[in-house]
Design a protein around this ligand. Structure first.
Ligand code: RB5
Length: 144
């Protein structure tokens, strides 16, 4: 199960990604904001990320204006490894090497076509483990 959430600045891109998830028959749940009204990205990030850390979802896609604020907030939630990505290479390696469980995008930075490709690569790529698992464990130690 995938969660997708945004603030007001990411709302339009979130709508485009949702259309794509529907077309590709990817199971998802949409979370706030639900109508494009002004809201605070830290609150959006926390609520959506809790779905992952409390075991109700596998991954979360988060969209704000730049993707920066929402990734900063997401990375403060224990158990979240959020990656702000601007191309498919980044989202592929966020999964392969970093086992990222949150993908952050900037609705004022990239277009819908690229964003959907980034999402597809993120969702279809697995974690390589091995030496990368040791490093991810070091990240976990930092947060503990
Ligand atoms: C909202 O105006 C904007 O600051 C927010 O979406 C995000 O870009 C913050 O990093």
């Amino acid at each position: 199960m995938i969660i997708i959430a945004s603030d007001h600045a990411g709302f339009e891109l979130k709508r485009e990604i949702i259309k794509h998830l529907e077309e590709t028959k990817t199971e998802f749940t949409e979370m706030g904001c639900l109508n494009g009204e002004r809201c605070d990205y830290p609150a959006v990030a926390e609520q959506a990320c809790r779905e992952v850390t409390e075991g109700r979802a596998d991954k979360v896609i988060l969209v704000c204006g730049t993707g920066i604020g929402i990734s900063m907030a997401a990375n403060k939630v224990k158990g979240i490894r959020a990656a702000l990505c601007t191309d498919e290479y980044m989202s592929e390696y966020a999964r392969r090497h970093n086992d990222a469980n949150a993908l952050c995008l900037g609705g004022r930075v990239i277009g819908a076509g690229l964003a959907c490709n980034i999402v597809d690569r993120f969702l279809s790529t697995g974690f390589e483990g091995g030496r990368h698992a040791d490093r991810v464990n070091m990240i976990t130690k930092l947060e503990n």
